[in-house]
Design a protein around this ligand. Structure first.
Ligand SMILES: Cc1cc2nc3c(=O)[nH]c(=O)nc-3n(C[C@H](O)[C@H](O)[C@H](O)COP(=O)(O)O)c2cc1C
Length: 182
């Protein structure tokens, strides 16, 4: 792949948050994309990630369980919301008591997720990294068997889509770049 193609992919990738169609997101597709994504940089070769894939057939039961952790008046809304994508990939990160290692692990997981996002985009599979309050909820961690030395880094909502969202402008680099002058 030429540098130009990679730059184009980076620029054109979008977060697909809604408008998922019915085409099924399979375990095989997700595993194939992850096989490449896990070549992300990872300090100490810790590879501090693991994955829990929820396909369309299992999404209703999953959504009900996660939604049940919310106050009653929010549950129906959250259940519907979690049923919108065609599949969800839960990304679980290994934490650390050592801040340096915690940061490195989150950095590695983020790089891996960006790989996944770009590769999915190339396949016209829409995804979005979600950090809704439930990913921080101890009850959700229990339901998903997330261990004490782990955190949920992301719920990745996934689905094929028909309409590409508008691009969101970036702040010009010149506004965020300076040269150290001693
Ligand atoms: C760490 C992280 C967390 C995010 N969490 C959410 C989220 O909880 N809900 C959401 O709708 N989008 C979430 N997003 C997606 C961003 O909103 C999206 O990337 C941003 O609007 C830029 O749009 P683009 O990715 O299409 O360029 C998250 C993105 C990142 C990197």
């Amino acid at each position: 792949m030429s540098r130009t193609e990679l730059a184009k992919l980076i620029r054109e990738r979008r977060a697909i948050k809604k408008g998922y169609n019915d085409k099924k997101v399979t375990k095989e597709t997700v595993m194939q994309l992850l096989e490449e994504s896990i070549w992300a940089p990872t300090h100490g070769m810790r590879q501090p990630w693991r994955f829990l894939f929820v396909d369309k057939d299992h999404l209703p039961g999953f959504a009900k369980k996660i939604a049940a952790t919310y106050p009653e008046e929010r549950q129906e809304n959250r259940e519907n919301y979690l049923n919108e994508p065609n599949a969800i990939l839960v990304v679980i990160m290994e934490t650390s008591d050592i801040p340096k290692q915690w940061d490195e692990n989150f950095g590695a997981v983020s790089a891996m997720i960006q790989n996944f996002w770009l590769l999915a985009w190339e396949e016209k599979l829409g995804i979005v990294w979600k950090t809704n309050p439930h990913i921080y909820d101890e009850k959700v961690k229990e339901i998903l068997h997330v261990k004490d030395n782990e955190k949920i880094a992301a719920f990745i909502h996934m689905g094929y889509f028909d309409e590409t969202p508008e691009e969101k402008e970036r702040i010009p680099l010149a506004d965020k770049f300076e040269v150290f002058k001693g």
